[in-house]
Design a protein around this ligand. Sequence first.
Ligand code: GDP
Ligand code: CA
Length: 327
Amino acid sequence: MRIVVLAGGIGGARFLRGLKRAVPDAEITVIGNTGDDIHLFGLKVCPDLDTVMYTLGGGINEEQGWGRTDETFHLKEELAAYGVGPDWFGLGDRDFATHIVRTQMMGAGYPLSAVTEALCDRWKPGVRLIPMTDDRVETHVAVTLPDSGSAAGEGERKAVHFQEYWVRLRASVPAEAVVPVGAEHAKPAPGVLEAIAGADVILFPPSNPVVSIGTILAVPGIREAIADAGVPVVGLSPIVGDAPVRGMADKVLAAVGVESTAPAVAEHYGSGLLDGWLVDTVDAACVERVEAAGIRCRAVPLMMTDVDAAARMAREALTLAEEVRAV
Ligand code: GDP
Ligand code: CA
């Protein structure tokens, strides 16, 4: 069975670990979000690709869900001693090596997709990991920052890089708009459209619908290829009990006018894209609403407390895919 998964960072990676356990013989292609990518200290950092690679390759910091296990931060401390920032983005010594190798290869002319393949030669994630595009796409967030100088509460409106919004500001101000800068001119990376066209099933893990899966779908050609693939497309809700399980997805959902509920996210993707949607058992009451939108829906436990729980979710998603294929 050939499975294509669109993935962000933590939610995507943990689901993928379960999927691999559930169907060890499947050929899994992961289309990774690169809208979170950022240049720091002259290095190209790809947080979502690395989270998938480290999680599936056994190098992830389990508690954090990102970054390397057994990490140290000497390099960051030395940079700070020179007054060189930013200090708000956690790059550890082991992690730095990945970014150095990536930047060096890109400097030598290799596209990100080839670099990712080379990095995966070491990590052996057991899936084919392809960035959504080799072109530069950067998600920016429009915010109004409180202006400390003015008593009137007038703020400064500006666009900040997604990482600055998420990591430095911790989504503490409303996201007024989310823009995947460069996406409209980006081309799917080699292998992306081919994988979608050759898939038996396409899955949306419980990744962020706006800044992870939404960004991948913003690359011209990808959404259309999925809609036209003629195979079941099944998603799992990252929203459980009207709140994100982790992180601040509610903030970026608000920016695109979508309420933070499992059915609203399904309707946001729409029946033109999604055939099936899994919600958590606590959201069982919304199954009818999702089905009324033309999307087959089931309520099952959706908390990835361990790899087995994620594997059960993956099996449920594949079962739902077979159900929609049969109709
Ligand atoms: P990021 O790039 O690291 O933010 O990761 P993703 O976009 O792949 O996933 C983020 C989403 O995963 C968040 O919106 C969370 O609500 C969701 N998430 C994390 N853990 C779980 C879980 O155990 N169950 C479900 N249903 N969603 C989860
Ligand atoms: Ca991300």
